[in-house]
Every structure is written in C-alpha cells, then in structure tokens.
Design a protein around this ligand. Structure first.
Ligand SMILES: Nc1ncnc2c1ncn2[C@@H]1O[C@H](COP(=O)(O)OP(=O)(O)O)[C@@H](O)[C@H]1O
Ligand SMILES: [Mg+2]
Length: 266
C-alpha cells in the first residue's frame, strides 16, 4: 500500500469487491415503489441486448404489470395466458424492436397477484427451462415484499436491489436484502443506487446500506453500479421510448451500460 492510499479519506468506503459475471436470471427488486425498478429493468435488458446477449424481460410485477406500458407496446399475449395454460411461455414472449424479448404481465389483473404458490412454482419452472436458451432473463419485480416477490427474488441467480438515497428506500432495500439472505443464504445480491445526485453521492448511499448489512447480516452485497438522476428519464418514459435509443449520450445511459458490462463480467 502506498502512502497515498494509506492516507486516503475513508469516510466513503469505496466498493471494494469487483463481483464479476452475474447469474443468468436477474431479478430487480426494491421494496419501495417508485424508485425506478421498471425503467431500470427495461433499460438494462436493452443494454444487455445491445451488447449481444439474448435477453428476455419478464414482467414479474404480478399485481401492477407495466413494462408494456412504459414501452408503449400492445402485447398479443401476456402472463395470464401462460398461467392459464393456454399458451407456452416461449410463445407468449414477443420480440421488441430493442432486440430483446418481452413477456408482458397484465396491468391491474387481480388473478395474477393472487397466484397460488403451486401456479407460481410452475411458472418459474417454465421460466428456468426457457432461460437455458437465453443468455439472460431480467425479472422486474413488484414493490413491497409479499410472498411472490420474495419467492421470485430468491429464485433469481442474482438479485439486484434498487435503492435511492431516500431513507425509506434504504430501509426497504435493507429489508429486501435481509429476507433474501434468510431465504437463500448462499444467494447473490448486488445493489443499484438509482436517481443519485452524482456518482460520489450514489457511492455514499451504497456505503450506508453496505454498512448496515455488514453489521446486522454479517455480509454486504456488492455494488452493481450507480445511475445518476436525469430529467431525460421521465421524458423517455412519457414518450414510451427506449432510453438508450432516445438519449444515447445521457449520463444515465452511460451508467446503465457500465452496469450491464459489469454484470456480463466485462
Ligand atoms: N435515473 C433516474 N432519473 C430520473 N428519474 C428517474 C430515474 N429512474 C427512474 N426515474 C423516475 O422514477 C419514476 C418511477 O419509475 P418506475 O420505473 O415506474 O419505478 P418502480 O418500478 O420502482 O415503481 C418514473 O417516473 C421515472 O421517470
Ligand atoms: Mg415497476
């Protein structure tokens, strides 16, 4: 260690681990709603597809599906048809112009939010089978930490917990990480800080969360990356367009691309 690194300020402990390639099935969770899970899941799927991966974006927000709404697509099929056994999971997926497949949920569908455990297991088993033909599955989870959110978080190979600097988001992110550690003790979780005022501010938010995890769970998730707050995000959502297509040079676009590269182990 050089004198320079030995005396570097340690107030914002930088992320120490480089976590490497993530698992094939990623789930995006947060606990708190409105942190940007769905936007992040869509944009990450797009970034992975642009980097050459075969990607399926699965709308796992069973109560309030909205991947298709953020993207302005009218899916011919959705998860309801799959759950009811009318169509296979692969046939229900639809290729989006962004170069990734989408399996839409159904907005406001009570039947999916009340999905029986056995039906959820059957759906996840079908998703696991389908994933072997793909490089990556991105599961956008609902807000809250109910039974099905918890099950899907534990089902994923790598859980991505999205947090913002708001205290309520941090406590919810911590709760999601705690449940995940209890459900899958050997499971892998990483943190995404979204809507950060700057990279440094985002890293401080991560450090706060990691400190709590280390103190109370005995281990800390790695940082997948920081996404800066960007007014072009709500603009792209309003226009129902892909962020990386509409604003390819935006700082938040570079942030998502860096996260995708990190998850690919690049
Ligand atoms: N990096 C960002 N910068 C600015 N606004 C963002 C960012 N990420 C998300 N948002 C905004 O947050 C809101 C919630 O996003 P959404 O993806 O629906 O969240 P969730 O799925 O967690 O409920 C959207 O209006 C979106 O414009
Ligand atoms: Mg959402």
């Amino acid at each position: 260690m050089t004198a320079a690194t030995a005396t570097a300020p340690t107030t914002t402990a930088p992320p120490t681990t480089v976590p490497g390639r993530a698992g094939r099935i990623l789930a995006v969770a947060s606990g708190k709603g409105g942190v940007g899970k769905t936007w992040f899941a869509i944009t990450l799927a797009h970034a992975l597809a642009r980097a050459g991966e075969r990607v399926l974006l699965f709308d796992g927000d069973l109560g309030l599906a909205n991947v298709d709404i953020q993207l302005g697509v009218m899916p011919a099929h959705d998860l309801t048809s799959v759950v009811e056994g009318r169509i296979g999971l692969a046939e229900a997926a639809q290729l989006h112009e962004g170069g990734f497949a989408i399996l839409a949920g159904r907005s406001g569908s009570g039947s999916l939010s009340q999905l029986e455990p056995a039906a959820l297991e059957a759906l996840l088993a079908a998703l696991r089978r389908e994933s072997t033909r793909l490089d990556r599955v991105v599961l956008d989870l609902g807000s809250g930490l109910d039974r099905s959110v918890r099950r899907m978080a534990g089902f994923a190979d790598t859980l991505l917990v999205v947090a913002t600097e708001e205290p309520t988001s941090l406590t919810d992110a911590y709760a999601a990480l705690k449940l995940h550690a209890a459900d899958v003790p050997a499971g892998e979780a990483r943190v995404v800080v979204n809507q950060a005022g700057s990279r440094a501010a985002g890293e401080r938010t991560y450090a706060t969360l990691a400190r709590a995890c280390r103190a109370f769970l005995g281990r800390a998730p790695a940082l997948a990356g920081v996404v800066r707050r960007d007014e072009r995000v709500p603009d792209a959502i309003r226009r129902q367009t892909l962020f990386l297509t509409r604003h390819p040079t935006a700082p938040a676009a570079a942030d998502i691309e860096a996260i995708a590269a990190g998850l690919m182990g690049a």
